[in-house]
Design a protein around this ligand. Structure first.
Ligand code: PGA
Length: 251
């Protein structure tokens, strides 16, 4: 049985004060025990969030890491080693905003994935197609290529210690959610791509859906057989809404 995960991607939002308020709001939520819950604050708030969540069943992740795992001369970057030291256990790699706006290629994403794992962080590999790619019927090919870039270079076994997030680019921050059937089709394809090399591992890997997940749409999405929870952007900035999404992933 895969343990569901709900992860809140706070993106480039928040101040120390608003982050403290959000954590207070989360502390008041009744959160399900059978769901792994994570938040991904911006890097300047990682230490604060780790400290304020100490002793709570919510883990902390970063939104990105450098391609180099260890500290060194790389101005402006944050090493996976430093993220671990700041209290992180997870890190997003290949979020579509980084791929499309900040130039993260499949090769860079693969290096970040490896850097994260080499420090003991669990990478959350984000994959997904644009609207043009979906309309051209390329969805499964695009996602397969993004997954193969990592699996081909590092070996499929690396997914033993990773999470995958399918996030259609056209659904991110747009209010358009993939239908449960559209999402399930891609999740099943991702799992069978891994299963072609290792069926048992494929059965254990968690594949999250992301893209305008709201409390109102969460239960139906999470009810699909290959959807193991969600990566939530906008709605994760509201503690009540995020709490409801977490509960929707519980049994
Ligand atoms: P959204 O973002 O929920 O605001 O669409 C999801 C994400 O980018 O991870």
């Amino acid at each position: 049985m895969r343990r569901p995960m709900v992860a809140g991607n706070w993106k480039m939002h928040g101040t120390r004060a608003s982050v403290a308020e959000l954590i207070n709001g989360l502390s008041r939520q009744v959160l399900p025990d059978d769901v792994e819950i994570a938040v991904f604050p911006s890097s300047v708030h990682l230490v604060q969030v780790s400290a304020e969540l100490a002793g709570k069943a919510v883990v902390v992740g970063a939104q990105d890491c450098a391609t180099e795992p260890q500290q060194g001369a790389l101005t402006g970057e944050v090493a996976a080693f430093q993220l671990l030291d700041a209290g992180c256990s997870l890190v997003l790699v290949g979020h579509s905003e980084r791929r499309s706006l900040l130039g993260d290629s499949d090769e860079v994403v693969t290096r970040k994935f490896a850097a994260a794992q080499s420090c003991g962080l669990t990478p959350v590999l984000c994959v997904g197609e644009t609207l043009a790619q979906r309309e051209a019927g390329e969805t499964l090919a695009v996602v397969a290529r993004q997954l193969a870039a990592v699996a081909g270079k590092l070996g499929v076994q690396v997914f033993e210690r990773a999470v995958i997030a399918y996030e259609p680019v056209w659904a991110i921050g747009t209010g358009l959610t993939a239908s449960p059937e559209q999402a399930q089709e891609v999740h099943a394809a991702i799992r069978s791509q891994l299963a072609a090399q290792d069926a048992e591992l494929a059965g254990r890997v968690r594949i999250l859906y992301g893209g305008s997940v709201k409390a109102a749409s969460a239960a139906e999405l999470f009810g699909m057989p290959d959807i193991d929870g969600g990566l939530v952007g906008g709605a994760s900035l509201n503690a009540d809404e995020f709490g409801a999404i977490c509960r929707a992933a519980g049994s």
